[in-house]
Design a protein around this ligand. Structure first.
Ligand code: AMP
Ligand code: ZN
Length: 142
């Protein structure tokens, strides 16, 4: 993947501030941190989207993110909470098309947040939830 930034890092063509590495994944500092300590956990094997990600690579991303969250809390970096965030697809905010899991240190007043759409908070009727659940279950069991 010659034009992929994260493959370039794994190939040693691009610099990174590496925090962790194993045979399946690595973690390094985000170059434009939302808060200080912002990390990315990235599979070594290129996968542009979640659908292409090896399931065991995905499991390892989460294991490592869990360890990093604990490490951040003990590191002296300001970290009162942690968000894990993954953007899959352009509509979800993905900018780098090599799967990555953000590990974001959070603290009161850090200025970061999710914006909810108008109407958020309204609770749809149970039949509507059940109908959508049925669609998803149908795909899972197909
Ligand atoms: P996303 O919107 O989830 O695709 O986020 C891509 C993330 O990759 C952004 O937070 C960028 O700051 C980060 N990023 C882009 N290039 C690099 C790089 N060379 N090293 C570290 N992080 C990077
Ligand atoms: Zn790549």
């Amino acid at each position: 993947m010659d034009d992929c930034i994260f493959c370039g890092i794994f190939a040693g063509r691009l610099p990174a501030s590496m925090v962790y590495r194993d045979e399946r994944c690595a973690a390094f500092m985000d170059i434009r941190p939302v808060t200080p300590g912002h990390l990315l956990v990235v599979p070594v094997r290129h996968a542009a989207y979640l659908a292409e990600l090896d399931a065991e690579d995905g499991a390892q991303l989460f294991r490592v993110a869990q360890r990093l969250a604990a490490a951040l809390r003990q590191s002296g970096v300001r970290c009162e909470g942690v968000n894990l965030f993954l953007a899959d697809g352009e509509a979800a905010g993905q900018e780098v098309y090599h799967v990555h899991l953000h590990v974001l240190p959070r603290f009161r007043g850090d200025g970061f947040g999710l914006r909810f759409p108008p109407g958020y908070g309204h609770r749809p009727p149970r039949p509507e939830l059940d109908e959508i659940a049925g669609r998803i279950k149908g795909v899972l069991s197909a």
